[in-house]
Ligand binder design. Structure first.
Ligand code: SAM
Length: 273
């Protein structure tokens, strides 16, 4: 196993940088099972001889699974509490913009869910506001899928019936998202491990009101997680919100300028000072 991981470190260093060894081991075992290879030595030799297998293995480390309104309680909190609060704050401060980022957006369900909430909640109230939703990932195939905006039943099963009716068009067994939602999201490639550019290039300067980074940190070792978290916090406006996945959190022993706002989900608020 160690030889395979060393081989990956040599041949695909950028792709696997910071991944947890036990996570990589699980991916290797999965590939061995798919290829019906029982011996680790035999798989190592197979990997040396097959360029395609290396690509498959690296691709397997990226897990492009998502769905609309994944973990509904989080979206409920954003809908009923965070967005109305942000709107009031913007009005009071006479700010005319909202900036959002879905970091590790996979196939697009997460930023599209947010775009639906914004349409629903604000309707006429956001007239005159500039709303930007940036969505980034390192999986180019997932980004392409996201931009096409056509989803299966599984993806939409947490979505309210009236929103499915209103924001999707049925195409045989699939659901195509309406152009008003599709056009609200800017998708692009961005690696969260990039130390030089910590925000999506299209966003230019960050200053986000809310950042999603859900089900991404779990693949990385603690040092990489902390580096990503620090950069995400830097990219946010003071008082901005950071939403992590269900099984992700900021370890208490790490001094990070953010406070968890809910007991039942991993939503943090960046401290103002
Ligand atoms: C399981 S999906 C999560 C999708 C969505 N956030 C959700 O929770 O439904 C994880 C995504 O993180 C992306 N990812 C992993 N490492 C990344 C990195 N270093 N920078 C950007 N995206 C990354 C993967 O490509 C994958 O699409």
């Amino acid at each position: 196993m160690d030889r395979i991981i060393s081989f990956l470190r040599e041949k695909a260093p950028c792709h696997i940088h910071g991944f947890k060894p036990d996570f990589m081991e699980r991916c290797i075992s999965r590939r061995m099972k798919d290829k019906n290879i029982q011996e680790i030595e035999a798989y190592y030799n197979y990997l040396l001889e097959n360029r395609e297998e290396l690509e498959q293995l690296v691709q397997g480390l990226i897990v492009p699974v998502s769905r609309f309104f994944r973990n509904p309680v989080v979206f409920e909190t954003i809908f009923s509490y965070i967005l109305p609060f942000l709107l009031e704050k913007k009005k009071n401060n006479r700010e005319r913009y909202f900036r959002f980022w879905s970091a590790g957006c996979s196939t697009g369900e997460e930023p599209y869910s947010l775009a639906i909430l914004l349409k629903e909640l604000f309707k006429k109230e956001t007239e005159g506001f500039l709303i930007n939703i940036f969505a980034t990932d390192i999986d180019r195939k997932a980004l392409q899928f996201a931009q096409e905006g056509i989803f299966g039943h599984e993806s939409i099963k947490n979505t309210r019936y009236e929103w499915v009716e209103h924001y999707f068009k049925r195409q045989d067994d699939f659901f195509a998202i309406h152009s008003e939602i599709k056009e609200a999201v800017y998708f692009s490639y961005h690696d969260l491990r990039n130390e030089k550019n910590i925000v999506p290039p299209e966003s230019i300067f960050g200053y986000f009101d809310l950042v999603f980074c859900r089900n991404v940190l779990i693949y990385y070792d603690i040092d990489t997680q902390m580096q990503i978290l620090k950069n995400l916090l830097k990219s946010m406006a003071p008082g901005g919100y950071l939403v992590l996945g269900e099984s992700e959190s900021i370890p208490a022993r790490h001094q990070i300028k953010a406070k968890r706002i809910l007991r039942y989900s991993n939503v943090y608020r960046k401290l103002v000072n």
